[in-house]
Ligand binder design. Structure first.
Ligand code: SF4
Length: 391
């Protein structure tokens, strides 16, 4: 029986060029488990960290043995969890392992950094080849940080960003969480003041959601943020950031021109990516799969080669079109219908044409120069617009 890697490679063999592919590496440990978090992460333990390090190198080698003839890795994203718990030496070794095993033309290497990270590490991470930092600021309002139960202060984020600038980092992203109980107009003010002072190249603004099965639910139930208030907050950020020179390019993401996150654009543009580590997803040719979520299950999967994926899907061209539309419409630039038809020549688009016309008439889609997009003021209802289009 064919292994899953042989299955994935089969269509790739027909293409005569390597595809530019992003590589996501998931580090699954944190110093504390935040009460609102639904990411795959558990508490840091030195022994588990060492196991992960050995295993991820093995996974990079195994994946490269199958896929390196067909891909060129051009972005790396170290996410988590808290990958800033990796020392500069460990990050350097991981990147060396990627370079040794794959053909690479790295034009972006992102490291997610928790504001509790040691300031002294910043310059050393840059030396290893990290070219972009994404700081999990969440907020510069201490009240909001307290509600979120974060273990850092606004001052720690400031010190890290300043240290990164001093060390020569020229691609810095700050993540903010909005729509949090306890947020006030003052929260917006202090966040905008901090952004003006720190001038990151990239700002992500995440609206708090998906609170099922996390302890934060109890806090939320005592002081819920209504949909209207959350929408108002999101719109205020959208306008305020654009006014100050960070242009929206995706529902939650804003950047100075030329500083859009190249790795994340691969997800939204429906381009290939490989994921390593527990719970990491991959999408190559017409296959999409997700590694086992738990550390132990992932270690067994690597040891035995038994997939045990939480998901492994071979997509039909029709399914690919649906997924492509769903992810591309998150981008402000939308999607070119001509490009879609060229990419999936076997798909009949007539049903889409009718739905697009209806959504255009209702003002839920716009069309310019052959590109269909969701108007920015409708981004908050993008899920229902996309569902209407693709189902
Ligand atoms: S630091 Fe980030 S990944 Fe870790 S528990 Fe908190 S929110 Fe989740």
């Amino acid at each position: 029986m064919e292994s899953y890697r042989e299955l994935v490679i089969r269509p790739m063999k027909e293409s005569h060029q390597k595809s530019e592919t992003g590589l996501y590496i998931h580090y699954p440990f944190c110093q504390q488990k935040c009460c609102y978090c639904h990411f795959a992460s558990s508490l840091f333990e030195r022994e588990l960290h060492q196991k992960w390090l050995a295993a991820i190198r093995g996974e990079i080698q195994k994946a490269a043995a199958s896929f390196s003839d067909y891909v060129v890795i051009d972005t790396v994203y170290l996410g988590g969890g808290t990958p800033s718990l990796l020392t500069p030496e460990e990050v350097g070794e991981l990147l060396a392992s990627v370079r040794q095993n794959f053909d690479t033309q790295l034009n972006e290497v992102t490291l997610e950094v928790n504001p509790t990270a040691e300031v002294e590490r910043i310059g050393d991470w840059l030396q290893t080849g990290v070219s972009r930092f994404s700081f999990g600021a969440q907020s510069f309002d201490p009240v909001v940080l307290r509600v979120l139960g974060r273990d850092h202060t606004p001052e720690q984020t400031r010190l890290l960003v300043e240290a990164a600038h001093r060390a020569g980092a020229d691609n810095i992203g700050l993540d903010l969480m909005i729509g949090v109980p306890g947020e006030s107009p003052r929260s917006l003010e202090v966040n905008l003041e901090a952004l003006a002072e720190l001038r990151p190249e990239h700002v992500s603004v995440y609206l708090m959601e998906e609170l099922e099965n996390v302890p934060f639910r109890k806090i939320w139930e005592k002081d819920p943020v209504s949909e209207e208030r959350a929408a108002e907050t999101y719109e205020t950020y959208r306008f305020s950031l654009e006014d100050r020179g960070w242009f929206q390019y995706e529902i939650s993401n804003f950047a100075s021109y030329g500083y859009e996150c190249q790795h994340n654009l691969k997800y939204w543009k429906y381009q290939p990516f490989l994921g390593m580590g527990p719970a990491a997803s991959s999408h190559l040719s017409n296959f999409r799969w997700t590694n086992p979520t738990g550390l132990d299950d992932w270690l067994v999967f690597l040891d035995t080669g038994k997939p045990g994926f939480s998901e492994f899907v071979e997509l039909t061209p029709e399914e690919e079109v649906r997924e492509c539309l769903a992810s591309r419409l998150r981008l402000k630039e939308g999607i070119s219908l001509e490009e879609l038809a060229w990419r999936f020549p076997e798909v009949d688009f007539s049903a889409y044409e009718l739905k697009i016309k209806r959504l255009l008439d209702d003002g839920l889609l716009q069309i310019n120069d052959g590109r269909v997009r969701i108007p920015s003021e409708k981004f908050l209802v993008s899920n229902s617009i996309i569902s209407e289009l693709i189902y």
